[in-house]
Design a protein around this ligand. Structure first.
Ligand SMILES: [Zn+2]
Length: 86
C-alpha cells in the first residue's frame, strides 16, 4: 500500500480506527501524529487566539472521501489510543 505523508512535515500518516459513533461516517482516517509537526504546533496558538480554548488539530486524510484537513485534538494524546496496530 502506498504510504500517505503529512503535507506539512512529511511524516508518514498513521491509521486511526474510529469508533462506530464518530461524526466522520467512515471506519478509519490517516492522521499525522508528529508532535513537532508545524501544523499541529501552530494550532495551539491559533485556537487560543481565535476561540480562546486549549486545543489544536492534526493533519488528517480521509481515504473514503479523498479529503484532507484538520482533525481536532484537546491534548497530545487525543486519538492516539485509536491508532491501528499493524
Ligand atoms: Zn505533520
Amino acid at each position: 500500500m502506498e504510504k500517505i505523508k503529512c503535507k506539512y512535515c512529511g511524516t508518514e500518516l498513521q491509521k486511526v480506527l474510529l469508533p462506530p459513533d464518530s461524526d466522520f461516517n467512515c471506519e478509519y482516517l490517516y492522521v499525522c501524529f508528529n508532535d513537532e509537526c508545524g501544523y499541529y504546533v501552530r494550532g495551539w496558538d491559533w485556537m487560543r487566539t481565535h476561540y480562546n480554548v486549549t486545543a489544536s488539530y492534526r493533519y488528517k486524510y480521509n481515504p473514503f472521501y479523498g479529503d484532507e484537513g484538520p482533525i481536532p485534538v484537546s491534548s497530545p494524546y487525543t486519538w492516539k489510543d485509536l491508532i491501528a496496530k499493524t
